[in-house]
Design a protein around this ligand. Structure first.
Ligand SMILES: [Zn+2]
Length: 159
């Protein structure tokens, strides 16, 4: 199975392991950050890390959208804060490296980014679960930085 780094124009100096971009970093009202943020230029491409099928697509946050892809054994990835209207439809089959969106605008004063979340796929139901503090996500949520670490060598062409 081919694999790709999700944001070709990622601004690498802004690490996804540092606050406020890192997984588990504190947000308001006791919420913890459920994903990793990859800063990139507005409108630049977001690509699928591997083959999969779109299982969810729609509005996300501050006027942006999300697309959720089931990547088989690799689990479920939610690609979010992308431009509304730029994502493929639910049920679409996706190939590794295919463009699945563009980096969206979160408004003035917030750097455009891909907010990426990773789930094992071992649970069912909505990925956002307001009863499940502190992340308020489904209980098969994983630390996305583990997945990103495993993909980073692809960007550096050293896998
Ligand atoms: Zn985020």
């Amino acid at each position: 199975m081919n694999k790709y780094w999700p944001v070709p124009e990622w601004l690498e100096a802004q690490s996804y392991k540092q606050h406020p971009r890192s997984f588990g970093t504190k947000r308001s009202k006791g919420r913890m950050h459920a994903g990793c943020d990859l800063y990139a230029p507005l409108g630049s491409p977001v690509i699928a890390i591997t083959d999969g099928r779109v299982i969810e697509s729609g509005i996300f946050y501050l006027g942006t959208s999300q697309v959720t892809i089931h990547h088989g054994l690799l689990g479920v990835v939610r690609y979010s804060e992308i431009e509304t209207g730029s994502a493929p439809k639910i049920g679409s089959m996706i190939v590794a490296g295919q463009q699945i969106g563009k980096i969206g605008s979160l408004g003035q004063g917030i750097h455009p980014m891909l907010h990426i979340e990773h789930y094992s796929g071992g649970a069912t139901g909505s990925l956002t679960n307001l009863k499940n503090a502190p992340f308020f996500r489904r209980n098969d949520l994983l630390d996305c930085s583990v997945l990103l670490d495993s993909l980073l060598c692809l960007r550096k062409k050293r896998c």
